[in-house]
Design a protein around this ligand. Structure first.
Ligand code: NAD
Length: 410
């Protein structure tokens, strides 16, 4: 099943439970607008390479389109389409006034120099500039992009349309970014997970956590989990991972990464592959990298009691059923990783009002929203006897369908 088929599968199940009529299903199952562009980039050695880029707006019933930009070799039309749809449901579930969108350039950012990345970002921004806007569609960082990427996007957009800080979120604080945005997704993951843990037999201070992916989300989730007393026993990046059943020393790991960039070969742990990490003996496993990593081939070997979907779409539908059968709780992506878009919403509000918030206020509001959404998902799942993912989709799809209906879309 492709990423979009998987996202549609979960939507269709929800539409069935909610009894959505056929016209509404058709509107919500497809994208509003899909833009595919060429992104020609002059490389440092003089060659020209033409990349493929996408911006897909899935549904705008609840507000301007909102979603990240991914630079990754897997970022093709199908993947970006799936991620755009997930953004619609995520934004509705966490109740920020946005529709859903996603963008991507199919490339390997790790192989590009800083100047090549800047040229790629500026060209891509120019190519999608017609369909984004502060009240239309607001990009943000995702895999392979960061605050620097957003600074270049804001600058490229501003050169054509004038100073517009609210055109992207996840910017550096010096350029109108919000305090707390960088760590917001990881912080939100841990807030929601701790709420879920309270309802399980796990004690947070005894929890052993394995995290796949040590980029923005994985890094901050690990840091905040450790800070709040849990034990991070394994982390990994694209090259592989490191495991220490007694808990990793993240400060030592930070020093190791200064020299080697990767977590691989860290002397404070034993090497594990990305596949082995998911099957480690631990309480919580947090996939925080790419989609489809928990599948029919390994779902029966997961030993954790809870799977926390910090990444988008890490569990395939078949694996989801296997985990349910095995009574392993899955905290769904559209709930648990929504902290990033929540603080992106705060950033957008601050940009529009030209008034900045203190970090305490950002974290307070983030916690309030993550806790409320988590509680709503658990309550709904209990009421309807569904999984947390089904409950999350039902709440989100219901909200979007209602907005579409009262706006007169359908
Ligand atoms: P990132 O680029 O900062 O980090 C990605 C990490 O995953 C890196 O450690 C990389 O080495 C690793 N990785 C890449 N390919 C891998 C593979 N095939 N196997 C194992 N590890 C691999 O990205 P990020 O922003 O941390 O995003 C991670 C995930 O979280 C993505 O699924 C993204 O869509 C999702 N997400 C991110 C945000 C955000 O605010 N950044 C918000 C919501 C969801």
């Amino acid at each position: 099943m492709s990423p979009f088929q998987a996202a549609t599968y979960f939507f269709n199940r929800s539409a069935g439970r909610l009894g959505l009529h056929e016209e509404m299903r058709q509107v919500l199952a497809s994208s509003y607008r899909e833009l595919a562009v060429q992104v020609p980039v002059r490389m440092d050695d003089g060659r020209m390479v033409v990349y493929r880029g996408y911006r897909i707006q899935h549904n705008g019933a609840r507000g301007p389109y909102k979603g990240g930009i991914r630079f990754h070799e897997s970022a093709d039309l199908d993947e970006v389409r799936a991620l755009a749809a997930l953004m619609t449901w995520k934004n509705a579930l966490i109740d920020v006034p946005f529709g859903g969108a996603k963008g991507g350039v199919q490339c390997e950012p790790g192989l590009l120099s800083r100047t090549e990345l800047e040229r790629l970002t500026r060209r891509f921004t120019a190519m999608i500039g017609y369909i984004i806007g502060v009240n239309r569609d607001i990009p943000a960082p995702d895999m392979g992009t960061n605050a620097q990427t957003m600074a270049w996007m804001m600058d490229a957009y501003g050169q054509k349309y004038g100073y517009t800080p609210g055109i992207v979120t996840g910017k550096p604080v010096e350029l109108g970014g919000s305090p707390g945005r960088e760590e917001a997704t990881g912080r939100g993951v841990i807030i929601s997970t701790r709420e879920a843990v309270k309802r399980s037999g796990i004690v947070w201070r005894d929890a052993r956590i394995a995290i796949q992916g040590y980029g923005n989300v994985g890094f901050w989730a690990a840091a905040i989990a450790t800070e709040t007393g849990a034990k991070v026993v394994a982390v990994s990046d694209v090259g592989g991972g490191t495991h220490n059943p007694e808990g990793l020393d993240l400060e030592l790991l930070a020093k190791h990464r200064i020299d080697s960039v990767s977590v691989v070969d860290f002397e404070g742990g034993a090497s594990v592959t990305n596949e082995e990490l998911l099957e480690l003996d631990c309480d919580l496993v947090i996939p925080a990298a790419v989609h489809g990593v928990i599948h029919s081939g390994n779902a029966r070997d997961i030993k954790a009691k809870m799977v926390v979907e910090a990444a988008n779409g890490p569990t395939t539908p078949v694996a989801d059923d296997i985990l349910k059968e095995r009574s392993i709780t899955v905290l769904p992506d559209i709930l648990v990783n929504s902290g990033g878009v929540t603080v992106s919403y705060f950033e957008w509000v601050q940009n529009i009002q030209q008034f900045s918030w203190e970090l305490d206020q950002v974290n307070f509001e983030l916690k309030k929203r993550m806790t409320k959404a988590t509680d709503q998902v658990f309550t709904r799942a209990e009421r309807d006897g569904t999984t947390l993912r089904d409950a999350a989709f039902d709440i989100a799809v219901e909200r979007v369908a209602h907005a579409a209906e009262i706006r007169g879309y359908v």
